[in-house]
Design a protein around this ligand. Structure first.
Ligand SMILES: Nc1ncnc2c1ncn2[C@@H]1O[C@H](COP(=O)(O)OP(=O)(O)OP(=O)(O)O)[C@@H](O)[C@H]1O
Length: 507
């Protein structure tokens, strides 16, 4: 616990600042509860003594590589330490055995090359500079020495660098447990090569990140007795389905739609595609192209990555037929029918898209039309078919598009897993969890509730392991220690987990 310090005239302190978050300065006057601070930027600020924090004037100029070594472990101290290091391109810092990684937004020289991997192999945590490889190394060594499976959790807000960090972890684990010289593609190669496929179908440009993963991912690497990777499984969670039908500027839909619209002309002809701006599911946002993403090249790269993970040419054709069908579905509009609460396909253009979607999905176009403009209701007396108005037909269309897209995504993940192969005899594994961070928008949907609840569960797991269990051990062993205050979020979990769900019947 940080010692409670007396703030006196001459104290060096941190005070809140609306632009810089925290600014440092020196107290020159105190009246009652108010401290007057002259900041290093030359401003004079007055703040309540309880809102200002002491600054360590003897902190090393390069910061400390483990936050537990800070004299004052408060927010401005932590942020300043990270900022000082970041300014010197040092992006990794420990807090005990947790690694904090800051997104460098550039490839830093020698940070992740093979020589660096060699350096971290077998080194004790803390002997070398903080690094994501050190974390992977510890989990691997522990697994080998104690026979215990391990999981590495990568969390942070959107754009923080989780996916890139996950890829580095996988690369390092592949380096430690890879099989050199085996014929064909190894498990670890296939896992790494599955990334571009998953990213094409599950990533999109968002406000915060041009390549934002819109799904959670748990990669499980299975190891044999000698510590070599013998199998792997990728599990994905909660693909953001709403994005398939709804996007707003400056975001985009899933990458694969734009990639396919930039495919070579024979594919464009085959799938009856055109410019992305001619499709409703893409043109709700004015953002069609993204700096740094060449959709035509990415289409070919995705096809290539699919070859690598063993997805056959025929399967690839079927995958892109579904992608194109989703775009055509989105262009079907409905008009009011002659009877009340009924609808018809609006015009010839919509009919063309309906027929094309039907052809691509290899289904009967009339049945597809009926599925959109009619509704079947199961009653005790049997099935009743009614017509629906244009608004309901549009909802059905979007629901159908979302459903087939998310099923396509799940199918892809299963297909990749089948191709990589599992090792049923493996009893040791390392899992890497790359999960959505906490999200809070102006309007929050059920998806955000699930994401935030998951984050609360993970926080509780962290609290359990870092605070509760440690402190219980100190008490058990009668070690003299001072209690560390932490915010226990158990109440939040109880609120959701223990709530009695009432049933609601619709009549
Ligand atoms: N270690 C790194 N080195 C270089 N660039 C990086 C690194 N980490 C992240 N970046 C850059 O930042 C971008 C965003 O990172 P990333 O996609 O990993 O974020 P994320 O936390 O997974 O975001 P989201 O939750 O939106 O998926 C990357 O596309 C890359 O340009």
């Amino acid at each position: 616990q940080a010692p409670v310090l007396n703030i006196v005239i001459g104290s060096h302190v941190w005070v809140a600042d609306k632009d810089l978050t925290w600014i440092d300065g020196e107290v020159f006057k105190i009246d009652g509860q108010n401290a007057h601070v002259c900041t290093t930027k030359g401003k004079t600020v007055t703040a309540n003594v309880s809102d200002i924090h002491p600054k360590d004037t003897e902190a090393p100029p390069d910061g400390v590589d483990d936050m537990t070594r800070l004299s004052y472990l408060h927010e401005p101290g932590v942020l300043d330490n990270l900022a000082v290091r970041y300014a010197k391109n040092i992006i990794y810092t420990y807090t005990g055995n947790i690694l904090i990684a800051i997104n460098p937004f550039q490839r830093l020289p020698n940070l992740v090359d093979v020589q660096t991997m060699e350096k971290y192999k077998g080194a004790n945590l803390g002997d070398l500079d903080p690094h994501v490889f050190a974390i992977a190394d510890v989990s691997y060594r522990q697994m080998m020495n104690e026979g215990k499976s391990n999981s590495i959790l990568v969390s942070g807000e959107s754009g923080a660098g989780k996916t890139e960090t996950t890829k580095l972890l996988m690369r390092y684990l592949a380096f430690l447990g890879g099989r050199s010289g085996t014929g064909g593609r190894t498990v670890e190669q296939q896992v790494l090569e599955s990334n571009p496929v998953l990213e094409a179908f599950g990533n999109a440009k968002t406000v915060r990140n041009n390549n934002s993963s819109r799904f959670g991912k748990f990669v499980e690497l299975q190891f044999d007795k000698s510590g070599k990777i013998s199998g792997a499984a990728i599990r994905t969670y909660l693909l953001e389905r709403s994005r398939v039908c709804q996007t707003s500027s400056p975001e985009r839909n899933y990458h694969c739609f734009y990639f396919l619209c930039s495919a070579p002309s024979e594919d464009i002809k085959k799938y009856k595609l055109g410019d992305p701006s001619s499709f409703h599911y893409l043109n709700q946002s004015s953002c069609i192209r993204v700096d740094g993403i060449n959709d035509a090249e990415e289409y070919l790269a995705t096809r290539n990555a699919m070859d690598m993970v063993g997805i056959t040419e025929e399967e690839q054709e079927a995958i892109f037929r579904v992608v194109a069908a989703v775009l055509h579905l989105g262009n079907i509009s409905f008009a009011k029918g002659t009877e009340a609460d009924s609808s018809v396909i609006k015009d010839a253009k919509s009919r063309f898209h309906l027929n094309t979607a039907g052809e691509l999905l290899m289904c009967d176009c009339e049945k597809l039309e009926n599925a959109l403009i009619k509704r079947e209701i199961n009653t005790p007396e049997g099935v009743i078919t009614t017509t629906v108005g244009p608004n309901s037909a549009t909802v059905s269309r979007d629901g159908f598009a979302k459903q087939i897209y998310s099923r396509l995504f799940d199918w892809l993940v299963n297909r990749i897993n089948a191709s990589i192969g599992q090792d049923p005899s493996s009893d040791k594994l390392i899992g890497v969890l790359d999960i959505y961070g906490f999200e809070s928008f102006k309007t929050n949907s059920f998806e955000q509730l699930c994401i935030n609840f998951t984050n609360e569960k993970l926080q509780q797991h962290f609290n359990q392991n870092v605070f509760k269990m440690e402190q219980e051990e100190y008490t058990r062993e009668q070690i003299n220690w001072s209690y560390i205050e932490f915010v226990d979020n158990q109440d939040v979990l109880d609120l959701i987990e223990k709530v009695r769900v009432g049933r609601c019947y619709m009549h």
